[in-house]
Ligand binder design. Structure first.
Ligand code: NAP
Length: 293
């Protein structure tokens, strides 16, 4: 029976825990900051419920086969507090977060050979502790390694499409899609802002910077992604919100550093200028400063 701990039962962590709990062979523990009694997830095919063990203190945790980290990227240090109690030498730690620095973020806490970076696409939100909505088709990509293949085998009784692939390419591909979300968050306007000139060109510029940096990191992405991101935004519901704007509207911290910040950091490493992403980071950092004047 695989033992699985999910750290961070927000939109993503709650949905993952509820789906893994559908398989009676899995023993699922949820490591929460805010407790709840059971999980209830509205999925595209109906509501599923699950009653994992819920713990709110690392002193109640015991070692497991798999740890799935699903906090926001900026909560990595606090999520890591769970790891000494959850990890044995053979525990695999899967990091399901946005950005491209999954391994760098957790390598201070876990041997790199135990870390499995994962790109996840799951349109989701949390409506209350333990209550989530999975709004559409969802997939996870992990590296083509023995750990990646073992992880894929956990998902047979879920509606997630979980596969191994070239992680670098998939993570930078997702960052190309996410990076222009900064425009919405700066303007506090939903995705329909793509209809306003010159937002499409600004979007292309942000994606081109990400593409150049991602290619320098080894991502195999073609130029078509630049227009595909603009077309994707045009086809999305105009009132839809990406997670940066949703977090800013709710007064929560934003994952600016893990997204546009990563493009700037890796750009510097390769000597690739990223002025548009740099400005996005600067404006959103200033926007979330809470000082009053
Ligand atoms: N939502 C999406 O549609 C989506 C899609 C793809 C990828 N992602 C990525 O997935 C990651 C998670 O996003 P999310 O939307 O699920 O975030 P979220 O809804 O904000 O959930 C994060 C959860 O982590 C919990 N948490 C924070 N620190 C913790 C700690 N030290 N111990 C235990 N729990 C802790 C939070 O606790 P509280 O309950 O106390 O707040 C919250 O339940 C992000 O990197 C995001 O970019 C999200």
């Amino acid at each position: 029976m695989p033992t699985i701990a999910i750290v961070g039962p927000g939109a993503i962590g709650g949905i993952l825990a509820a789906w893994l709990g559908q398989d009676p062979h899995n023993a699922v523990t949820v490591c929460a900051r805010t407790g709840f009694d059971h999980l209830e997830v509205e999925t595209p095919t109906g509501t599923i419920t699950s009653s994992p063990r819920v713990i709110t203190s690392p002193s109640d945790a015991t070692p497991v086969d798999w740890v799935l980290i699903a906090t926001k990227a900026y909560d990595a240090a606090s999520a890591a507090i769970w790891l000494p109690s959850l990890c044995r030498p053979d525990t695999r730690v899967v990091v399901l977060q946005n950005g491209v620095e999954h391994v760098e973020r957790f390598s201070p806490y876990v041997p790199v050979a135990s870390l499995v970076p994962a790109v996840i696409d799951c349109p989701a939100e949390r409506t209350a502790p333990g209550r989530m909505r999975q709004r559409g088709a969802s997939w996870i990509i992990v590296p083509s390694s023995a750990n990646g293949r073992d992880f894929v085998s956990l998902w047979t009784k879920t509606n997630f499409d979980v596969k191994t692939d070239d992680f670098t390419t998939r993570a930078w591909g997702k960052l190309c899609i996410n990076a222009p979300g900064a425009i919405s968050a700066i303007l506090m306007k939903p995705t329909g802002v793509i209809q306003i000139e010159p937002v499409p060109d600004l979007t292309r510029g942000i994606v081109r910077e990400c593409l150049a940096v991602g290619r320098a990191e080894g991502a195999k992405l073609d130029d078509g992604i630049v227009d595909a991101v603009v077309e994707g935004a045009r086809k999305a519901p105009p009132d839809s919100l990406n997670s940066l704007i949703a977090d800013r509207m709710a007064g929560r911290p934003m994952e600016i550093d893990a997204r546009n910040g990563a493009i700037v950091r890796f750009g510097r490493k390769h000597g690739i200028p990223t002025p548009l992403n740099e400005m996005a980071v600067a404006l959103l950092t200033a926007a979330q400063d809470t000082r009053t004047y």
